[in-house]
Design a binder for this molecule. Structure first.
Ligand SMILES: [Zn+2]
Length: 273
């Protein structure tokens, strides 16, 4: 069975705080203590054909690089209570796949939430099956279905290969580095214009089931992304910068043009409205 759990963030914060007090620096142990569930067995599925959700070789287009971050990555454990107390009830179906885990990513190396489109109609369960089976070792942490259901295949404290190579110079522009934590398995350089490879190790990836050019995003799906961003913020205790995939790699297709207004709102208000 695939484990589904209802997550309320307050107990997590309490557990995290307790762990921080008792075991300074032991975030890994804390995470283990708060996530006792075994890796779920899988049920399912009729795997549907799916287009590559992370097209690697789109023709690059000129794009203004984002402003460099002036702040260094936070190196200390997040402080409980750094954000306003909120109650977030969010249901996430955990379907972790060890093949899609590429190394440790503690809170001290979390800076970005990257939004993607799957560029396919397949639902989250099928997408995760496809990622796990195609040998590319590429995945995002979360997939959000059009009905608002949320699936997770890589834990938040582990690296997922969702961003890939970015524009040359973007490691500096985004204030990140390639520091050896990412095992880089399955990654192949895609040319001198896209030489930087730091983002996976400094970000969380969210894929929305959507095909560019095929209409708007359902309200249920956007509401789920709202809740997921709030959950991630609360998990780390600070607000990560929200970007989309094409901000990291010029010419990438996602997020789609239909998402442009939503992206702006997410970046300013952290919700789609
Ligand atoms: Zn993408």
């Amino acid at each position: 069975m695939i484990a589904t759990r209802l997550i309320s963030t307050k107990p997590y914060r309490f557990i995290a705080l307790l762990c921080a007090i008792l075991m300074a620096g032991a975030l890994g142990a804390c995470s283990e203590a708060s996530e006792p569930e075994p890796e779920p067995e899988r049920q399912q599925i009729d795997v549907e054909p799916l287009r590559d959700p992370l097209p690697p070789t789109d023709v690059p287009e000129p794009q203004q690089a984002p402003e460099p971050s002036e702040e260094e990555a936070p190196q200390e454990e997040p402080v409980a209570g750094a954000l306003e107390e909120v109650s977030i009830d969010i249901e996430i179906t955990e379907d972790y796949r060890s093949s899609l885990d590429h190394g440790p990513k503690g809170a001290g190396s979390q800076k970005y939430i990257m939004l993607h489109d799957t560029e396919g109609d397949s639902d989250a369960a099928s997408v995760i099956d496809w990622w796990d089976g195609n040998g590319n070792l590429v995945a995002a942490h979360f997939v959000v279905n059009r009905d608002g259901s949320i699936w997770q295949c890589v834990p938040l404290d582990r690296i997922a290969h969702h961003a890939g190579y970015g524009d040359t110079g973007h490691n500096d522009a985004f204030g990140i580095s390639e520091d050896g934590r990412d095992d880089m398995k399955g990654s192949s350089p895609i040319g001198s214009d896209f030489a930087d490879y730091g983002m996976n190790a400094w970000s969380v990836g969210i894929e929305m089931v959507h095909v560019g050019g095929e209409g708007d995003y359902p309200e249920e799906q956007l509401n789920a992304v709202d809740a997921l961003i709030a959950y991630i913020d609360d998990y780390y205790g600070f607000e990560s910068e929200i970007i989309d995939h094409k901000a990291w790699r010029s010419g990438n297709s996602d997020t789609s043009p239909e998402f442009a207004d939503y992206l702006e709102r997410y970046q300013t208000k952290r919700t789609h409205q």
